[in-house]
Design a protein around this ligand. Structure first.
Ligand SMILES: [Zn+2]
Length: 118
């Protein structure tokens, strides 16, 4: 069975069909524009690395570490997926479910978002 090149759904109909519909065709073509893949892949790699570092340093879900420890582990402060501003005005920065908050004197609080508070 052929599957859609964009969404991987099984295809029905003509044997030479490559996409479900025009939407999947245009998604696929956009993703394969020259220049798209390397840029996205590079950023994804940084995000994945950052998440790994945070997870490794923070097995209990909450810990304070020194900024230098993160840098030494290969953490890149330029890349994150989203931020979360608390009511007290603290801005947590997240790489997927792993987050951190900058404290005084190069200390960084690592946290994990288990989804229970949303
Ligand atoms: Zn499709």
């Amino acid at each position: 069975m052929n599957t859609c090149r964009d969404c991987n759904q099984p295809l029905t109909g003509r044997a030479d069909k490559k996409f479900c519909d025009d939407q999947c065709r245009s998604n696929y073509n956009n993703r394969h524009k020259p220049g798209y893949q390397p840029a996205v892949r590079k950023i994804n790699a940084h995000l994945k690395k950052n998440r790994e570092v945070l997870e490794k340093l923070n097995p209990q879900g909450k810990i304070v570490v020194n900024r230098a420890v993160l840098l030494k582990a290969g953490f890149n402060f330029q890349y994150h997926t989203h931020t979360y501003l608390t009511r007290k005005g603290h801005q947590y920065i997240f790489c997927y479910d792993q987050g951190y908050l900058g404290l005084e004197s190069d200390h960084i609080l690592l946290v994990r978002d288990d989804g229970s508070k949303r």
